[in-house]
Design a protein around this ligand. Sequence first.
Ligand code: SF4
Length: 237
Amino acid sequence: MTDALQGERAAEELKELAERAGRELEDASAPEILQWAADTFGRKFCVSSSMEDAVVAHLASRVLPGVDVVFLDTGYHFPETLGTRDAVEAVMDVTVITLTPRQSVAGQDAEYGPKLHDRDPDLCCKLRKVEPLEEGLMPYTAWATGLRRDESPTRANTPVVGWDEKRQKVKISPIARWTQHDVDAYVAEHGVLTNPLLTDGYTSVGCAPCTRRVLEGEDARAGRWAGRGKTECGLHG
Ligand code: SF4
């Protein structure tokens, strides 16, 4: 059997494993879902975090101490987000891995012109988020996200465990069924670090040029790429 065929078969088996786990763990608690991930993938499992809060990182560190937490430093983050990353690294039993784009913001400006985020946010996200994450996830078989079904209509069908076709990896969303209330309760109970911007009118925190405070009655992600006809950065599509 060629390496390519072997790879295809391994991916097919992983996909079946992910889809079966998604069905079987649909009603499981977040710790149970993460325990399954730790038992199944060990150190080949990581958590991705935007440093909006450290809820999933905290949950994962309880079942897999020292778990890798992957953070994308786009070069456009609010200082509060970088501060949250540093605090998580300092106080939690996790290993923070900061991924950076191939080009600095200055390098990107020189090649594509300034403020690419205003003119072509899809390309900017591709260069500063999608490609670095793709490379950064290469050592892992499975990754966890903090996606929740209640965040926006585009996330309403998020499985707790699914198959990430684009990256050929198992994608775990242990708090997919949680509400904002569940997150707040977990943060309060465990004293989990959160981004200070969450108490300053932001309900979803991304890059500074593409994030604004939300207005009364808007959904949690309404402040992301507001007015630009874009709702996701391409990491989860
Ligand atoms: Fe660029 Fe905005 Fe995407 Fe950040 S969120 S990578 S600044 S387009």
